[in-house]
Design a protein around this ligand. Structure first.
Ligand code: SF4
Length: 245
């Protein structure tokens, strides 16, 4: 199924990531994303045809990763972006090599492409970090330009295969910061046996400068970062939701 090695278009690398999966991880940001989240802090990863730092085969990326092997031995590797599922063959081949090398594999995705090819990445994925933008189609469209159906199909596929999932959800003042919506999201994902955690991510304005440098208008102009107290409150409110898993 894997055939010839494909070339991955890689935006950037982070050799000591601590926020994208368990332990210390080698994080690879792939170029390209079909969504346009209003709070995206990586708009420079959007365009598939943009110039990239690295164009590597899966083996070349693994060779780079293995230079850090002792640091990530108890963590692993994470593919993120952008949307890594825009390069499914590369993700699949890279994760297969990582599995052979005994490395834990995490896929950080919005599940924005759901088809047989993207599902096949799950063959070699230990953990999915699935970003659910919003459950309601109209709100989801407002947040990211998509109705979110494919993210839920990707979650269904992970459930079907028994691949562990951590849900991620960005809380934005005036958009997704609503106790009723958060309750609904928690109730929904608790119905999946593979979901073992929800990570609540506070909206922040750290990406604003990137929009200016790309000559793009900032979609959430005037919206403040989520208050530290508020994200603390949300995390506390749902702290024990998956305690029993
Ligand atoms: S899915 Fe991620 S990279 Fe793509 S627009 Fe949304 S936040 Fe940005």
């Amino acid at each position: 199924m894997d055939g010839q090695p494909v070339i991955g278009r890689i935006h950037s690398l982070e050799s000591f990531g601590t926020v994208d999966g368990p332990g210390i991880r080698f994080v690879t940001f792939l170029q390209g994303c079909p969504l346009r989240c209003r709070y995206c802090h990586n708009p420079d990863t959007w365009r598939q045809d943009a110039a990239v730092k690295y164009e590597w085969t899966p083996q070349q990326l693994l060779d780079e990763v293995l230079r850090y092997r002792s640091f990530i031995a108890r963590g692993g590797v994470t593919l993120t972006g952008g949307e890594p599922l825009m390069q499914p063959a590369f993700c699949r081949q890279f994760f297969r090599l990582c599995r052979d090398a005994g490395l834990h594999t995490a896929l950080d995705t919005a599940g924005s492409i759901a088809n047989a090819e993207t599902f096949s990445v799950l063959d070699y994925t230990d953990l999915v970090l699935l970003d659910i933008k919003a459950l309601a189609a109209d709100l989801c469209r407002k947040v990211c330009g998509s109705d979110g159906t494919s993210a839920l199909r990707f979650l269904d596929e992970a459930e079907h295969r028994g691949v562990e999932v951590w849900i991620r959800h960005v809380v934005v003042p005036g958009l997704t910061d609503d106790d009723r919506l958060l309750d609904e999201l928690v109730a929904f994902v608790r119905g999946y046996r593979v979901v073992s955690r929800i990570e609540w991510l506070p909206y922040h304005t750290m990406g604003v400068f990137k929009y200016a440098s790309l000559g793009l208008p900032y979609p959430l102009e005037g919206v403040p970062s989520l208050a530290v107290e508020r994200i603390r409150e949300i995390r506390e409110r749902y702290r024990n939701v998956f305690g029993e898993r």
